[in-house]
Write a protein that binds this ligand. Structure first.
Ligand code: PLP
Length: 343
């Protein structure tokens, strides 16, 4: 058995999910006739306090449709430099929406932008030949900020200031349930003032496939058109929505376990010679630590871990490990023992 800490996307559907999938009532969702998809969309909208929701194959599609709908060709969108939309969506904002990205590096290690940082990068009320800002994108939790969280107050402040300037805000909330659990808050509060939010059923929530895009009714109706245009109109997809419903209702209740395991991993790693990580900063399920002073490269360490049946991701001088429902506390202890012996 491998211990797979590469991402929370690697989780396998639970027995409860597989049973629900086998028994799901289905219909053609392109005609809006899949009762299980409709139920999932209603439940998600209710939980987030938004007018409507749309089931999508991936989080990337949700982000890209939102960018397309909020902007005009030639606009600029603002995103933190380490953000997923900028680094890992294959230039889709330019390919799909025809927009430019202006990245802003947050001063803090958590990669969470403040309004002051955003404001300094805005292009508004400039002569017509300037590239206008059309959208601000936030990410909560922030993946490469180490699973860091943004509070409802911070998000609200950015949204209010942006709205004063007629700028919409999209939230990439791929892991927003982790952010909610870590702060003992609700996903509704954390996304209240955002014009749209995307979250993934297929990450910490453990569903095999699927993401949701939420916003106003008209926005979601337009999003439905773009989902089909991009090839994401699925048919008897209630089979997947059935797993998504369980992910939505059940999985948030156990996310604190992943966060405890991540903290245990971070504290153990912090004690290893040459490893640098501030365990106090680990708030959710993502642990990123620097190994540049260990005498081995991150690639070497990841390769040696793999030989011992442990999977992780290296980038630059760092290693990323992500806890999830298929990783137990014992697996974390085993990982730490192996890290200790390798390093
Ligand atoms: C923060 C964030 N946003 C969006 C995505 C994209 O999700 P998907 O892989 O479903 O396209 C990911 C995936 O890892 C992510 O970490």
């Amino acid at each position: 058995m491998m211990i797979d800490l590469r991402s929370d996307t690697v989780t396998k559907p639970s027995a409860q999910m597989r049973k629900a999938m086998a028994e799901a009532e289905v219909g053609d969702d392109v005609y809006g006739e899949d009762p299980t998809v409709n139920l999932l969309q209603e439940r998600a909208a209710e939980m987030f306090g938004k007018e409507a929701a749309l089931f999508l194959p991936t989080g990337s599609m949700g982000n890209q449709i939102a960018i397309k709908l909020h902007t005009r060709v030639g606009d600029e969108i603002i995103i933190e430099e380490r953000g997923h939309i900028f680094n890992y969506e294959m230039g889709a904002p330019s390919a799909v929406a025809g927009v430019m990205i202006r990245v802003v590096r947050a001063a803090n290690e958590n990669a969470m932008l403040t309004w002051a940082e955003i404001e300094s990068a805005l292009h508004i009320n400039l002569p017509y030949y300037a590239c206008p800002t059309g959208l601000i994108c936030l990410e909560n939790t922030h993946n490469f900020g180490g699973g860091s969280v943004m509070s409802a107050e911070q998000t609200g402040e950015i949204c209010h200031k942006a709205h004063d300037l007629n700028l919409p805000v999209h939230l990439d909330g791929a892991r927003i349930f982790n952010a909610a659990v870590a702060q003992n808050d609700t996903v509704e509060n954390l996304s209240r003032d955002c014009d749209s939010v995307q979250f993934c059923l297929s990450k910490g929530l453990g569903a095999p496939i699927g993401s949701m895009l939420l916003g106003k009714k008209d926005f979601i109706e337009e999003a439905r058109v773009w989902r089909k245009r991009l090839g994401g109109g699925m048919r008897q997809v209630g089979i997947l929505a059935a797993a998504g419903l369980i992910a939505l209702e059940e999985s948030p209740k156990r996310l604190h376990v992943d966060h405890e395991n991540a903290r245990l991993l971070a504290e153990g790693a912090a004690n290893l010679k040459g490893v640098s990580i501030d365990a106090e900063r680990v708030q959710t399920n993502i642990v990123i630590f620097d190994v540049s002073q260990t005498g081995k490269t991150s690639l070497q360490i990841v390769a040696e871990l793999k030989e011992r049946g442990i999977l992780a991701i290296s980038f630059g001088n760092s290693i990323r490990m992500v806890t999830h429902c298929d990783v137990s506390r014992e697996a974390i202890e085993t990982t730490l023992e192996n890290l200790r012996s390798i390093i």
